[in-house]
Design a protein around this ligand. Structure first.
Ligand SMILES: Cc1cc2nc3c(=O)[nH]c(=O)nc-3n(C[C@H](O)[C@H](O)[C@H](O)COP(=O)(O)O)c2cc1C
Length: 182
């Protein structure tokens, strides 16, 4: 069936969910779930995400030029959902949801301890595109939990990254196909 264009992106799904952590100029932390996220360049490592213009995440990145992409797993789905609620500017979703702030390696933003992987980023530029603002960042440090990385491969099925179908519906990857014939 033909889709109404207001729904077009909904079949580009499920998408990996990330929690983007930032701080404001006063050092107050913030975290919000995002799924409009994509790798842009392998080397140098560049990542992009699209934000609604009014989000605190964007406001904070404009102040500090830094952010961390934290990759959550199924185990913290309730906290991820809670982080999407509209807390006032300066109130930390990380603290409110009981998640753990850990020191990062290359940026002054805290990373979220319960996540399975982290990209520490410096904002390179932003561009308004339609009703969102695309933020492009340089990945300065990338890390994954040891248990989810073996023989140069990401064990995505075991790691259970959270995927967003839409609204309040989520998925986790259930099985991998056999490698295709080469
Ligand atoms: C799973 C999920 C994915 C989301 N993805 C995006 C996204 O890609 N871009 C966006 O602007 N908002 C997205 N949102 C909405 C924001 O997380 C939400 O509006 C949040 O309150 C923004 O927080 P902030 O103002 O602290 O930045 C998403 C929400 C959920 C639950």
């Amino acid at each position: 069936m033909e889709l109404e264009l207001k729904n077009w992106y909904k079949i580009l799904s499920p998408r990996t969910v990330v929690l983007i952590s930032t701080i404001d100029a006063q050092g107050k932390s913030n975290a919000a779930p995002y799924s409009f996220v994509m790798p842009i360049s392998c080397q140098p490592a560049m990542i992009g995400f699209a934000s609604a213009p009014k989000h605190h995440t964007l406001f904070n990145i404009r102040q500090t030029k830094e952010f961390i992409i934290n990759i959550p797993s199924e185990g913290i789905i309730d906290q991820v959902w809670q982080c999407a609620k509209p807390y006032p500017q300066g109130v930390s979703e990380i603290k409110e949801t009981g998640l753990t702030e850990e020191k990062a390696r290359k940026v002054s933003i805290p990373r979220i301890g319960e996540c399975l992987g982290w990209f520490e980023c410096r904002c390179e530029f932003e561009k308004e595109i339609g009703d969102h603002v695309m933020v492009v960042g340089h990945v300065l440090h990338a890390e994954v939990r040891d248990e989810w990385w073996k023989d140069d491969k990401y064990l995505a099925i075991s790691a259970k990254p959270l995927l967003h179908i839409g609204g309040a519906e989520f998925a986790i990857p259930g099985w991998a196909t056999e490698p295709v014939e080469q």
